[in-house]
Design a protein around this ligand. Structure first.
Ligand code: CP
Length: 314
């Protein structure tokens, strides 16, 4: 059955595990003709490097054609065309629409008006469910489990949509979250309420040092989201709040992994890239396989279809 992906909140544990298994199939064999004859549209109303390119690579490696735009300034939106009209038009051309938009709720709205599935590639500070699937895949690959992990989220927890989506998805796996952020960028109260409602343990910290992170399984660093600030003076004040330095890893667990949705600005010292803790570039690489799974799922292609696929190109 075809379906949109607007938020990860509605996905059960079984559905998440099913998608991770599909991603694993694609990691083993990314090149196939499963989507031959399909057209995938990527509509990016906000800048992106990884999300757009990995979705487009995912579609291309599965034999689909890709249309779309990376810059809304070249579209008829500049002449006043509404989001609804744009979505209705593109639905005439594509089988699935991957959309990033600066407005929270834009993906939900698009999914309500579109006759084809919508994949939310990030809506404002709200949700980024496809990032969450690659984050979960990365966590599972590095830790061997999603259960009972200590996950430390650092930086911009107010505007960082990736931490919001990850928090919701992890509710099935009994995590303990540690939130490390300046007051101005603290995890919003409604996500803390969400934790309370779903019996998710969390601790809030102001300090960010070797002792605080010594118990982490996953250290999830985030960029301060400059584009969400209405007051750039406030951005300047908080932008360098938490920089992970190599010496701070001296007490880290041996299998601890550092994730970051990227782009990185000034959150992780470059020398850390060469340590075994750094996993952010592999994490971005996992986005290809997770997004192949998501496109297929939205188009009604099942895990059995992928397992029985005879179109693999090695
Ligand atoms: N992680 C992420 O969303 O990166 P991009 O903004 O480059 O797509």
């Amino acid at each position: 059955m075809k379906s949109s992906l607007v938020t990860i909140a509605g996905h059960s544990r079984e559905k998440i595990e099913y998608l991770l298994e599909m991603a694993k199939e694609f990691e083993a064999h990314p090149n196939r003709r499963l989507l031959e004859g399909k057209v995938v549209a990527t509509l990016f109303f906000e800048p992106s490097t990884r999300t757009r390119l990995s979705f487009e690579t995912a579609a291309n490696r599965l034999g689909a054609r890709v249309i779309g735009f990376a810059d809304p300034k070249v579209t008829s939106g500049t002449k006043g065309e509404t989001l609804k009209d744009t979505i209705m038009m593109v639905s005439n051309y594509a089988d699935v629409i991957v959309m990033r938009h600066y407005l929270e709720g834009a993906a939900q709205y698009a999914s309500e008006v579109a006759p084809v599935p919508i994949v939310n590639a990030g809506d404002g500070a709200n949700q980024h469910p496809s990032q969450t699937m690659l984050d979960l895949y990365s966590i599972y690959k590095t830790q061997g489990t999603l259960d009972n992990l200590n996950i430390y989220m650092v930086g911009d927890l107010k505007y960082g949509r990736t931490v919001h989506s990850l928090l919701m998805a992890m509710r099935h796996f009994n995590p303990t979250f540690h939130f490390i952020a300046p007051d101005e960028l603290a995890m919003p109260q409604h996500y803390k309420d969400y934790c309370a409602e779903h019996n998710i343990k969390y601790v809030e910290h102001k300090d960010f040092d070797a002792d605080v992170i010594s118990n982490a399984d996953i250290l999830y660093m985030t960029r301060v989201q400059r584009e969400r600030f209405s007051d750039l003076i406030e951005y300047e004040r908080v932008k360098d709040s938490y920089l992970l330095k190599e010496h701070m890893l001296c007490k880290a667990k041996s299998n601890m992994k550092i994730l970051h949705p990227l782009p990185r600005v000034n959150e992780i010292e470059y020398s850390i890239d060469d340590t075994p803790y750094a996993y952010y570039f592999q994490q971005a690489g996992n986005g290809l396989f997770a997004r192949q799974a998501l496109i297929c799922d939205c188009l009604g292609i099942t895990l059995d279809d992928v397992k029985n696929d005879k179109t693999i190109i090695d």
